[in-house]
Ligand binder design. Sequence first.
Ligand SMILES: [Zn+2]
Length: 246
Amino acid sequence: MKINLIRKPILFAIHDDEAVSINSINNNNRYLIYTCDECNEVLIPRIGKAKNKDGTTRLSSFAHKSGNESCSGGEGIIHKYATMLIQEKKYIYSPKRNGKKKKIEFSKVYRKKQNLRIGNSDFECDAKCISSVGEFFIEIYFSNPCVEEKIDYYNDNNLLSVDIDIRKIKDVDVSDIDDYILEKSPRKWIYNPDKSKIEAKIKPPIGNGESKWLQYIAGGVLAVITAIEVGSHVKEWWSARNKDEN
Ligand SMILES: [Zn+2]
């Protein structure tokens, strides 16, 4: 049996009840209090260019102040960090379609317990977002996949939902963690009635100040596009009809 002796670094810690990544630690905040999500002990950020005994550069990571090496820092915090990041950044990238992905922006992201219920079910999502086409549910796959009953509920009730697979996050370079969660990790639609239509419809949320004007302009542009589309359909229909007659 092969035993993996390379310890995975602890990349996340709790500060002020929220998850922080080692990537956000700098000289200004490195002396704040950080604790371990798993064992509640104090964690010390190790940053900079410290060397391991074998001369290789030591990764930036958290270490237990007590020297406890048996605790891995827990897995729940990775989940917590991912949802917190989405709430803070208010966007994710869609699954790839024809090799392309689209930035989906949200006007609001809920991730606190009381707001996570999915429809009328007893299921909870990891993050509930408000997009320009309505509610948008996010499932984060780190240690456990989304249960089948929940996937069925999303589908049976036509709820726009996406699954983000961050199982390989510990293999990602520390500085790429945020991009990995928001954009680069594998992801797939759980339910999306018509991918092309939804992706085309999802627009950045409009800020409060300019909202009225932009909505009018957007409404006008949409009307023109619709008119052109309808026009081209009529044209197609007309030429098809003439063809049939010929
Ligand atoms: Zn611990």
